[in-house]
Design a protein around this ligand. Sequence first.
Ligand code: COI
Length: 372
Amino acid sequence: MSDGTLTITDRAAALRDPGFCRFHTDSTAVVHWSADHGWSTYSLEPYAPMTMDPGTLVLHYGQSVFEGLKAFRQPDGSAALFRPVDHARRLARSARRLAMAEMPTSVFLDACAHLVSADDSWIPGEPGQGLYLRPLMIATEPELGLRDSRHYRCTFLAYPADPCFGRAFTPISVLTSAGTVRAVRGGVGEAKCSGNYAASLLTRKQANARGYDEVLWLDGVEFRWAEELSGMNVFFVWRDDDERHGVRLTTPPCQGTIMRGVTRDCVIALAGDLGIPVAEEPTPIDAIMSGARSGRLVEMFACGTAAVVVAVGRIADGDDDATIGDGQEGAVTARMRHTLMEIQHGTRPDTHGWLRSVRKDLASVHSSTDRQ
Ligand code: COI
């Protein structure tokens, strides 16, 4: 992580090889909420450490929710945010689940647009790269009583970013969660709250120690049904001899335990556009393992804002280890990834109205298909 004092030359170097959020930009946008005054408008502030009373509520009871969204350089040199309204709505839903204040979409959009505009020179331009925005909202009231806070602060951070598994999109490997639980129905699994990520870290670390990149979380009741990876949704591509296209896609349904991924939603929509049948249906791990061995499971991929779309080439459940397809990125995964990236970078028509352009000078957000 940089110290925020990069020179122009350093910034150029950071933009050439940003990695995933290794370098923050110069600016942040900050929004406050208080029970007395409601929402403030955004203020642009230099990136700087925050000081905090050790008794602040977030540090004790974990009222902390966040988002991850991206802005992309467009062919005409402008910048566009990708599906910011959907991210704003999800932040509000996450906040509601943790008894936090729900930020209005207009406040969220304003903060994002002004930050992207201020940080325009930080937006990298290579395919797959973008400016990753991380709005982080925390309870800031310094009082130890167990209750929801009367003050919140949302800091919008920005980072030039490659996809989190790299721009080569090398297939990743996953190991099932085997007994540890990330989320159960009725819990906070669907909220993008910091605690969900904390709950995943030990199992992820153990998977990494065994040589796997990620955890495939199974449901927390039967330890049988595939749910998602630690920070990504998951799709399975099945050979289907009855179907005209020869394949069908499935993904675990949203039943309160997985993230309602914006990229997940894109993949479902793009599958529809491409005429690939797609179903949100529960999938047991034994069908995944036997499908990988028999060749009926031809591809598997993970998707998310940070990851984009990345193939899963190898899967293990306990000691049972299987290669999926030939272990490389398959045709369906590649098609999804390229289609999504072309829309994000403005080289394919944005028929769903997912991009919202950001004016460099004024930083107000405009959209041809305003869906608010
Ligand atoms: C994202 O994809 O934006 C996320 O928040 C996932 C995180 C683990 C990087």
